[in-house]
Design a protein around this ligand. Structure first.
Ligand SMILES: C[S@@+](CC[C@H](N)C(=O)[O-])C[C@H]1O[C@@H](n2cnc3c(N)ncnc32)[C@H](O)[C@@H]1O
Length: 291
């Protein structure tokens, strides 16, 4: 049995876009793509073995289904006693995880190192977390000493989950802001009101649709980056994350460069994520010039 039975970590499997595996405390969570060799059956055998190696009592395999797949084909298989909800810990923070709220558990392990950076740079900060999902970056920032965290997501359900994540970490949700609505609208209002933030986190999905409003990352990203640079306070930081396999860290650098030029602001690059074979997500952090 491993020493820290609550720990969250991503397993470094042989490079394969079609499978990822996360240890989430007592539960091993495996995601496979539609074309994973051997399908659910092979992944189940791997999950049982990995759960044993990593001391997890429960395991689950989730298959991503592409459009055009057989709708009756099984999408999921798990150990019989897999819990509906449970908690696990990353970098000293506790997160509530759920089995049946969409394809994910409520937590993206591939951003563990980035959350740690956010926590380290949050002391006293006014933090804005856009597309916050269950508020894992918000919790990291609050625990890192942020003065106030604003979490923005179109889903009330995910923000409620985010509030629960604040509570289980001993942070009063009412001391912070949970704004439900379109992130683009929030930015427009924030600009109009002249609001400023010391840490802005931009981590949108590749595509989403809500209330008939489509969001396509490739189309929207440049203007979102520009708005984030605008609402960042002098000396404030903007963390940019994308999960598009066709985009590289250089794509992010180019977008931030040209948007900063458009609004006549200079900045310095604080870090760019090293390529990690377990994820297609890339991230960079920039710091707006003071004054
Ligand atoms: C990929 S997740 C973001 C992951 C998150 N940053 C994290 O660290 O866990 C996508 C989230 O974006 C939200 N979302 C999608 N479209 C949105 C929009 N136009 N405005 C605000 N939130 C949106 C979804 O509800 C979902 O919670």
């Amino acid at each position: 049995m491993r020493k820290d039975k609550d720990a969250i970590y991503r397993l470094q499997l042989p490079i394969d876009d079609e499978i990822s595996a996360d240890v989430l405390g007592d539960c091993l969570w495996v995601n496979i793509g539609d074309t994973f060799k051997g399908g659910l059956e092979a992944a189940q055998a791997a999950a049982i073995e990995l759960a044993d190696i990593h001391g997890c009592r429960h395991w689950l395999v989730n298959r991503r289904v592409n459009r055009g797949s057989d709708p009756l084909e099984k999408k999921r298989v798990c150990s019989p006693d897999f819990p509906d909800t449970w908690t696990a810990r990353e970098n000293g923070a506790t997160f509530l995880l759920k089995r049946d709220e969409g394809v994910a558990s409520g937590f993206f392990t591939d951003q563990s190192a980035t959350r740690l950076r956010v926590a380290d740079l949050s002391n006293g900060a006014r933090t804005l977390n856009l597309f916050s999902y269950t508020c894992s970056f918000s919790v990291a920032s609050a625990l890192g000493g942020a003065a106030e965290v604003t979490s923005v997501d179109v889903s009330k359900k995910y923000l409620e989950w985010g509030r629960q994540n604040f509570e289980i970490n001993g942070r009063e949700p009412d001391d912070h802001t949970f704004w439900s609505g379109d992130a683009r609208t929030f930015l427009r209002l924030a600009k109009k009101q002249g609001r400023q933030f010391d840490m802005v986190i931009l981590d949108p999905p590749s595509f989403s649709r809500s209330k008939g409003n489509a969001f396509r990352l490739a189309r929207e990203y440049p203007s979102l980056v520009r708005d984030c640079l605008t609402v960042a306070a002098p000396g404030g930081r903007v963390l940019l994350i994308v999960n598009l396999s066709s985009w590289s860290v250089n794509t992010l650098k180019m977008i931030v460069g040209s948007e900063a030029r458009e609004i006549g602001r200079s900045y310095e690059l604080e870090f760019a994520s090293d390529p990690d074979p377990s994820t297609t997500a890339k991230s960079i952090m920039v710091r707006k010039a003071p004054g």
